[in-house]
Design a protein around this ligand. Structure first.
Ligand code: ZN
Length: 252
């Protein structure tokens, strides 16, 4: 099981980094907070669709790219913009390709995780060579969804789990130790979705070992004021705020 202990805050500040990607000399990455000044000055982000499209950049083309996953062989930083959805950064120990995936429940149901892996396999990348890091996103403590959303998730991926491992809960889960603010209050008494567990189940079924994946166990809703949360903004009428997650091949 990957551990949040492997995630390092950078120099006491609030850019989260994953040890598995950090250990790769040829890669730079970060999960920034809102208005993080260390965000790369040039950052290529796709026009995110909440869908399943993957784009591979073979040079440093800047787009626009309509996609929810961007992979690149170039040296420019690529990234995704999130505010509760899951940012996933990817690198390979075999091939100089890096990627950033935006995965909310709609994109996951549309196949963004499987499509990303399939695109890499199509490039000749061995799945064993992949290192993935899952960044701050809304936690199971705060992510209440409707029965209709659950029905779509179950219809699409319900064969991936049994009762013991399913990524949703009928009772609101407790917060993790990293949560600094009150959890979202139940509004409808419905279903609590664990997006990270959902993604991890898909990765397992796709042949990715748990050891290849690290998770930043920080909830955007209740983890920190410095994290943008669409759901928290809805509940408290806060200004819009996002975080950027980025990765690049390092120029040697
Ligand atoms: Zn939370």
């Amino acid at each position: 099981m990957a551990s949040q202990n492997l995630i390092q805050r950078s120099q006491g500040r609030m850019t989260y980094r994953a040890a598995n990607l950090g250990a790769m000399q040829a890669v730079e990455h970060g999960f920034g907070v809102v208005n993080d000044p260390r965000r790369p000055s040039v950052l290529i982000c796709p026009e995110q669709q909440h869908a399943g499209n993957v784009v591979i950049i073979r040079d440093d083309g800047i787009g626009p790219f309509q996609a929810d996953a961007l992979f690149s062989y170039g040296y420019a930083s690529i990234g995704v913009v999130t505010a509760d959805c899951v940012p996933i950064l990817v690198a390979s120990t075999q091939v100089p390709v890096v990627g950033a995936i935006h995965a909310g429940w709609k994109g996951i149901v549309s196949g963004i995780v499987e499509n990303s892996l399939a695109a890499l396999v199509n490039e000749g990348v061995e799945t064993d060579s992949l290192r993935l890091a899952i960044g701050p996103c809304i936690g199971r403590c705060c992510y209440e969804i409707s029965q209709s959303t659950l029905a779509l998730i179950e219809e699409t991926h319900g064969t991936h789990w049994d009762v013991a491992t399913r990524p949703w809960h009928l009772l609101q889960p407790t917060q993790s130790a990293n949560c600094m603010r009150p959890a979202a209050q139940a509004r409808n008494g419905l279903i609590w979705l664990d997006l990270v567990s959902y993604i991890r189940q898909i990765l397992r079924v796709s042949g990715i070992r748990d050891e290849q994946v690290e998770v930043v166990d920080v909830c955007t809703y209740c983890g920190s004021e410095k994290l943008g949360s669409y759901r928290r903004r809805q509940h408290f009428e806060l200004p819009r705020a996002f975080q950027y997650s980025w990765i690049s091949n390092r120029l040697s």
